[in-house]
Design a protein around this ligand. Structure first.
Ligand code: UD1
Ligand code: CA
Length: 528
């Protein structure tokens, strides 16, 4: 595994700090069938950004409030955690527990957080000392900012500490209402409930809070859905704390961009751009060359080795790992695949769930489908498609082939145009080609079939039987030469007679016998 600059999980979890991620809403403004928090940003569902951030900070567990498509949200988080454990040895014992909390009806953010109370009571016999509460739709937020917020919360001995940002266009966000003179935070007013004067306020609530455990759930019990949306607003706890003379602290984010909450597809596109830019910067800092960063697409969970070079318009998706000193040329898309060191992928390849060992060469225009393995120093050339095919060390399939359900040994030459006929219309069958076999061009291997070690398959053969080791297999019609045939045809053409009047159409067929010999005249006579 490469030295990954991807953020490590759980570096310094804070004891007594619980985390709550709100992820139950549909996200109406997305106009989608998919729950908003499942929409991917740089290839990973948005909710994972908040959940991972929470995991890194908390020592007391993360409650994820799910509702709309809750089962899917839960499955995405669980499978992500399992993958992290497999990939990085992320220790299950040390990782904070994730508790999934159901919010059956989405009655607002305050109502969402309320649902987490029982989970913490079950896990710890009562509330945590403090909670960090995160919106599930704010993927740009960084650890550093939340850590600053936690520090401020402690330094100020605050009951509630909130993250704010100053935006040019605050439309849609809750506004921070401060005291006219001493600028204390007084309350948060939602966009839809705000007066025209409040709408002009440019300081917004980022939806990231630190709240004391003893205050949080007690305050939530007091919430009333007295607003335009008839919802229980979490944001109302700010005003409640102020009314009781409790300290409310606010930190203005240095980088307002981090506070982007995704409510619409436009905001999703903005987040996508920002995250992708961050990813590219991170890999360049880690020693990867990007010839044209703006057109290079690298998903969040991709790993790339040092001195690898990515040409313009390369896309690396999913959980792809690329080794060191690789070169990936333009218009290639690699998804969920593993590339060793010094792999060369030429232009316009599509590679998915494949493994390319070190020193392999692929493309241009190769299609490697799931289960393809290209072993050390093997070559896959242009217009070759592989599926569940294992091409052995130093073997070559350089041109125009389909290799499906095939096990191919070491040092094999797969001639141009070779096809493994793996499908009989009902089932798939396997082709086995042992070490050092030479398959001539344009061979069809009708599976199941095995070509023994060191055998030669003649060009143009159609194999229907196994070939013993070291044998020559020829499976094609024998050649016939007809001396003078072409010249005779030219002569007929010159005389204005069609050469294809039945007599010359098939140069290999036996010459037609004279009509008389076939008794045609006799037949005619009989009819008369
Ligand atoms: C919220 C804040 C707003 C802030 C903005 C920052 C409230 C009332 N308003 O508004 O002040 O400026 O975030 O982005 O909190 N959710 C649930 N259950 C629900 C409702 C929402 O789990 O019943 C989840 C959503 O899935 C989402 C998050 O809470 O992840 C925020 O909800 P959303 O509807 O986007 O709130 P905003 O209107 O953006
Ligand atoms: Ca939002």
């Amino acid at each position: 595994m490469n030295q990954s600059p991807n953020q490590q999980i759980n570096q310094s979890p804070i004891k007594g700090l619980g985390a709550i991620v709100m992820a139950a809403g549909l996200g109406k403004r997305m106009r989608s069938k998919l729950a908003k928090v499942l929409h991917p940003v740089a290839g990973r569902p948005m909710v994972l950004y908040a959940v991972e951030l929470a995991e890194r900070l908390t020592g007391e567990g993360v409650a994820v409030v799910v509702g709309y498509q809750g089962e899917q949200v839960q499955a995405v988080i669980e499978s992500h955690r399992a993958a992290m454990t497999r990939r990085t040895g992320y220790d299950k014992g040390q990782a904070p527990p994730i508790m999934f909390v159901q919010q059956e009806q989405q009655l607002g953010t305050g109502h969402a957080v309320m649902q987490a109370r029982a989970a913490f009571a079950r896990a710890h016999g009562g509330p945590a000392d403090a909670y960090v509460i995160l919106n599930g739709d704010t993927p740009l937020l960084t650890d550093a900012t939340v850590q600053d917020l936690l520090r401020l919360h402690e330094d100020e001995h605050a009951t509630v500490t909130m993250l704010t940002a100053i935006l040019k266009d605050p439309t849609g966000y809750g506004r921070v209402v401060r005291h006219k003179e001493d600028e204390r935070v007084l309350r948060i007013v939602e966009d839809r409930d705000a007066t025209p004067a409040e709408l002009r306020l440019r300081e917004i609530n980022a939806g990231t809070y630190v709240v004391n455990g003893s205050f949080l759930f007690e305050a939530l019990d007091k919430l009333e859905p007295q607003n335009v949306q008839k919802e229980y607003y979490l944001t109302d706890i700010v005003g409640l704390a102020v009314e009781r003379g409790l300290k409310v602290a606010a930190m203005v984010a240095r980088d307002a961009e981090e506070c982007l909450g995704i409510n619409s597809r436009q905001q999703l596109a903005v987040a996508e751009q920002v995250v992708r830019r961050q990813i590219r910067t991170r890999w360049m800092q880690a020693g990867v060359t990007l010839h044209d960063p703006d057109t290079t697409w690298i998903d969040a969970e991709v790993d790339i080795g040092r001195d690898t070079v990515l040409y313009p318009h390369v896309t690396l998706e999913g959980r792809t790992t690329v080794g060191e000193d690789c070169v990936i040329r333009s218009h290639t898309r690699i998804t969920d695949s593993v590339l060793g060191h010094r792999v060369m992928v030429q232009d316009c390849c599509v590679i998915r769930e494949a493994r390319l060992e070190e020193n392999t060469t692929v493309g241009p225009f190769a299609h490697l489908r799931p289960g393809s393995v290209v072993r050390r120093a093997a070559k896959v050339g242009n217009f070759v498609e592989m599926k569940k095919a294992d091409l052995g060390e130093e073997s070559k399939a350089n041109h125009l082939s389909y290799l499906g359900d095939a096990r191919i040994g070491k040092g094999v030459n797969i001639g141009s145009g070779t096809i493994t006929c793996n499908y009989d219309g009902f089932r798939k069958h396997e082709t086995v080609i042992e070490d050092e076999v030479f398959v001539g061009s344009d061979a069809q291997l009708i599976a199941p079939v095995t070509v023994g070690r060191g055998a030669v398959v003649a060009a143009g053969s159609t194999l229907t039987q196994d070939v013993p080791p070291d044998a020559l297999a020829i499976g094609r019609a024998p050649q016939v030469n007809r001396p003078g045939w072409a010249a005779r045809r030219r002569a007929l053409q010159a005389a204005g007679t069609s050469p294809d009047n039945g007599r010359m159409a098939n140069p290999v067929a036996p010459r037609p016998k004279p009509l008389a010999a076939r008794g045609a005249k006799a037949k005619k006579r009989r009819k008369k």
